[in-house]
Design a binder for this molecule. Structure first.
Ligand SMILES: [Zn+2]
Length: 544
């Protein structure tokens, strides 16, 4: 072998496919465009020669144990290639076999969102939107420090559901307690009459009585002790009764609010690939097999009267249409308006029915109930398809995650935003200093990835978008964005027409991204026709 210049990758005598003994030198760490007519062999040179040899040498360098899993890669038809680097090809292929894979998982944006929510997500009650948290005795002390100076208050242990019996009262007597608090009055434990009418939820064990909002050291000790006793006797619950206000304030050591237990944020809870986090209905796929609205109403330009509902045709089934037409007036449903121009409420009427006519869902329920008849089974199968999961609305996560928020948004709302909106959300997000410190890294990783997605012109995608629904070009640009994120250096990136499907404005941004990848210390080989990209290249190899 002759000596060669280390600054170049040399291809000598390439004969793959229709290449005729091609000799080429490519400058390392440069940005080179391969161009030429279709059939000129530019892809044969880039992918089937350079990339194939890069891969082969990589596999050869592995241990024999690892090699047995990869199989033998044939040497491409070329005499010599010198100075080749590890090769990474970014092709226009949608290469995902995992149906749960999304834009968020491939770009790792979702991984960082999960971390963020697990770390600083706050849970809000379903009914009142109040913050759900575990209380400790310090929360009670803090509360008491803020009440009015001349207030008198009681420290109480509520009677939990598990205690609602005479034996509880007896056990309290044995422990030496002497007073209860029932319907806002103190009663001696000897005098309380327990019968059918006892309102247990208004019964408390009186632990201690206090006044004021300033406590010296001894008082603080006694108060702390009483609060802890109340939590103990109240099975993790403690209440304070304020005399002047005549009101109760309750505290809970469990992750609970108004009797509803919530799941505390954790990484698994936000993973739709994990049984804890996946929506139980669709198992984390985001869609279920059901009646596909697109098949039921294929032409939204038609009115209901004109037959927009495709399954209400034919002699027998048109009876369903007739009952709508005959009764529509009673609910002033506009049967002559095109389906597309119906309001959301009117669309719901035609699907769910009204007091005066049956809807599409009733129709399919009828078919299900009579599915022992073959014609009904056939009918159902004709309108079956993938529909967004009704339980999680396509977000793939169990519904409990909806109550956990960062900056007034839950994770489901974020994954359904476009990347541009999400980026704007994070630019606006204001956190407390504590939270900011807790997730400084997470936020910078998130912003970094969102920026790269914007740079490659994919700001319109949502994080929740399925990878297998992307076009080849979109898939390629996501790979490009993730390559930038990984900051791998000293590699040879080979790209296949990355400008395809891009708006000229986005091509400019793409060029910036390609340059960044190159500046990181990588060799860039791009098979391309676009003039803007060719103008930017350090070298052009025209295969004629
Ligand atoms: Zn679901």
């Amino acid at each position: 072998m002759t000596s060669y210049n280390k600054n170049y990758i040399e291809i000598i005598g390439a004969k793959v496919h229709n290449l005729k003994n091609v000799n080429i030198r490519i400058k390392r760490n440069s940005f080179t465009v391969f161009t030429g007519l279709s059939g000129s062999g530019k892809s044969s040179l880039a992918f089937d020669t350079l990339f194939a040899e890069g891969q082969r040498r990589y596999v050869e360098s592995l241990s024999s144990y690892a090699r047995q899993f990869l199989g033998k890669i044939e040497k491409p038809a070329v005499d010599h290639i010198n100075g080749i680097s590890p090769a990474i090809s970014i092709e226009q292929k949608v290469n995902t076999r995992n149906p749960r894979s999304t834009v968020g998982t491939t770009t790792e944006i979702y991984d960082y969102l999960k971390l963020l929510y697990a770390r600083i997500g706050k849970t809000y009650a379903k009914d009142s939107n109040e913050l759900v948290k575990r209380h400790s005795h310090t929360d009670v002390l803090q509360f008491l420090g803020k009440i009015s100076k001349d207030e008198r208050f009681l420290i109480l242990a509520p009677c939990g559901e598990e205690n609602r019996s005479i034996s509880w009262i007896k056990s309290l007597k044995i422990k030496g307690y002497s007073r209860l608090f029932y319907k806002n009055e103190i009663v001696s434990i000897e005098d309380i009459g327990i019968d059918q009418k006892t309102e247990w939820n208004k019964l408390y064990l009186l632990i201690d009585r206090f006044a004021g909002n300033e406590f010296d050291e001894d008082e603080t000790l006694r108060l702390t002790d009483s609060i802890q006793t109340a939590f103990y006797e109240g099975h993790n619950k403690c209440s304070v009764f304020l005399y002047q206000k005549g009101s109760y304030k309750s505290f809970n050591k469990d992750f609970e609010h108004n009797g509803v237990t919530y799941i505390e944020p954790s990484l698994h809870l936000f993973s739709f690939n994990n049984p804890l986090g996946a929506c139980p209905k669709c198992e984390g796929f985001g869609s279920v097999i059901g009646i596909d609205p697109e098949l039921v109403i294929p032409d939204k330009g038609l009115s209901i009267y004109q037959g927009a509902v495709a399954c209400w045709k034919g002699e027998k089934m048109s009876e369903w249409l007739d009952q709508v037409v005959l009764n529509a007036e009673k609910t002033s449903f506009p049967i002559h308006k095109s389906y597309a121009s119906l309001s959301q409420e009117e669309k719901e009427q035609i699907w769910n029915g009204t007091d005066h006519f049956h809807g599409i869902h009733d129709f399919f329920k009828f078919l299900e109930q009579n599915s022992y008849k073959i014609q009904y089974r056939v009918m159902i199968s004709r309108y079956r398809g993938k529909t967004p999961c009704p339980e999680c609305e396509g977000t793939r996560l169990r519904s409990d995650t909806r109550y956990i928020k960062v900056g007034d948004r839950n994770i489901n709302e974020l994954v359904n935003m476009s990347i541009s909106d999400l980026s704007a959300f994070f630019n606006r997000l204001r956190l407390s200093e504590f939270e900011e410190n807790m997730c400084k890294r997470i936020l910078s990783e998130l912003r970094f990835r969102l920026d790269y997605m914007l740079d490659v012109g994919l700001g319109y995608l949502t994080v929740n978008r399925s990878s297998n629904s992307l076009s080849g070009g979109e898939s390629q640009r996501i790979q490009l964005a993730t390559s930038l994120g990984s900051s791998l250096v000293g590699s040879m990136y080979i790209l296949d027409e990355p400008s395809i499907g891009l708006h000229p404005r986005d091509t400019k941004r793409l060029i910036t991204v390609l340059r960044k990848l190159n500046k990181l210390g990588n060799t860039l080989i791009v098979v391309e026709h676009d003039e803007d990209i060719m103008d930017e290249a350090d070298e052009i190899v025209d295969l004629g």
